[in-house]
Design a protein around this ligand. Structure first.
Ligand code: GRF
Length: 206
């Protein structure tokens, strides 16, 4: 049965676009039915509108007292979704939402978690740390979301080697390319029911 996906994004939304486009290219039986964003002016929202994907702007100005994200949950529930994909979403997801969508929320992080994960490590900050530490490799990680930052069970992690003195902006470009590859692959595994859970760990069915 066709899987319904909600994407959450706050910025450029290249992962969001990539997933929407690859769903079509690969004929995946899935559809992004809603984009949630805290930022009505971001590129992700523009892309959604151009592609007739419904948008929901959700932030503390519009919903100042929704501390548990009850309103957000109610709005999402109208769509009977199978999967939530966090793609550069800069706000924390409430425990309430996580409880309601256990093992159904994916996130991507531009490092080899647990390295460079946690509060304060995002975007270029990660790549600058990789550069400052002269790491010889970096990568990207797709994981299910739990109640803490970047600690949930890992689904796919892939690494790349870095050349000597590659600058953070170069590292960022390489990692983003990798992100696009592994994030769509993760969405595909989910939508094709190829993930099974054992002792709280996601395993990939052959
Ligand atoms: C990506 O680097 C992702 O790992 C992080 O936020 C960034 C979003 O990029 N969570 P984009 O908006 O998908 O281009």
């Amino acid at each position: 049965m066709k899987k319904a996906i909600v994407v959450f994004a706050s910025g450029t939304g290249s992962n969001f676009k990539n997933i929407v486009e690859k769903i079509k290219i690969h004929n995946l039986d899935a559809e992004v039915v809603l984009l949630v964003s805290n930022n009505s002016n971001c590129n992700a929202v523009t892309f959604a509108k151009k592609n007739n994907i419904k948008t929901l702007i959700y932030n503390s100005i519009k919903y100042p007292n929704d501390f548990n994200q009850d309103i957000l949950l109610k709005k999402i529930k109208q769509y009977e979704i199978d999967l939530i994909v966090l793609a550069g979403y800069m706000k924390k997801i409430s425990k309430n939402l996580i409880k309601n969508y256990k093992n159904k929320i994916l996130n991507i992080h531009p490092s080899l978690l647990p390295k460079y994960g946690g509060k304060g490590f995002y975007g270029m900050k990660v790549h600058e740390a990789v550069y400052a530490n002269k790491d010889k490799k970096t990568g990207a990680t797709v994981h299910f979301v739990d109640e803490n930052y970047d600690t949930g069970p890992i689904l796919i992690q892939k690494e790349i080697n870095l050349k000597l003195d590659e600058k953070p902006s170069k590292i960022s470009g390489k990692v983003l390319e990798l992100e696009h590859e592994i994030y769509f692959n993760s969405v595909r595994l989910f939508c094709e029911d190829k993930i099974l859970w054992k002792n709280n760990k996601p395993l990939i069915k052959e």
